[in-house]
Design a protein around this ligand. Structure first.
Ligand SMILES: [Zn+2]
Length: 206
């Protein structure tokens, strides 16, 4: 179920922080709240994206937030929000399970009908079961694609072969999380960080 956008401004604690593993590889986005908790517990250090300097929690508290940057206000101090944190003890790339939904299916398929290739808004895309449910086809990443309404009607309760229609791609389970985040706008931090071109070299050198 998709939640409606709240009327009040989103808490800064709910904004996103990019998480790097110990090899400086981005692994996911977390909330600012969680990022600060991880810093506090020394499970991560904050990274200054301009310089790649790292700060533990106590050092980070002493960082004066530059004007215009995101901050958290506590009764007695302002804390800069870390755009990027680096995990202290975590080398594995996390298994990423993207929940199956029409919205995520549309993202995986780049909002293109997988039969005619037309790009559509999510609400104009239907879930097409490649092998129809009536023929035992399951609902999941490998048997579903998005299709525009006319193509879905045309295909009906038939396989693509039976309908004389060709799929643009072979559907797979998505193995990303950042793609979702980037597309939905949460990836601004990632884009900025990667845009500096330093990530790969740090990853190699780490
Ligand atoms: Zn179509």
């Amino acid at each position: 179920m998709e939640r409606a956008a709240p009327d009040r401004p989103r808490s800064v604690l709910a904004e996103r922080t990019l998480v790097l593993n110990r090899s400086w590889i981005p692994i996911h986005l977390t909330s600012v709240r969680r990022a600060l908790v991880m810093l506090f517990h020394h499970a991560a250090v904050a990274v200054e994206p301009e310089t790649y300097s790292t700060y533990d929690f106590e050092q980070w508290l002493r960082v004066e937030p530059p004007p215009g940057t995101r901050i958290v206000r506590t009764p007695n101090r302002e804390i800069a929000i870390p755009d990027v944190i680096l995990l202290s003890n975590y080398d594995r790339l996390p298994g990423c399970t993207v929940p199956f939904s029409r919205r995520n299916l549309a993202r995986r398929d780049f909002h293109r009908c997988q039969y005619c290739g037309r790009r559509q808004a999510t609400d104009q895309l239907t879930i097409d079961h490649i092998v129809p449910r009536s023929c035992g086809g399951g609902t999941g990443w490998t048997n579903c694609v998005v299709a525009c309404i006319p193509c879905n009607r045309k295909k009906g309760c038939r396989t693509p072969e039976q309908a004389g229609m060709k799929l643009l791609s072979t559907p797979k389970r998505p193995d990303w999380s950042l793609v979702l985040a980037v597309e939905s706008g949460d990836g601004a931090v990632l884009a900025r960080f990667q845009g500096r071109g330093g990530l790969a070299s740090r990853a190699v050198g780490a």
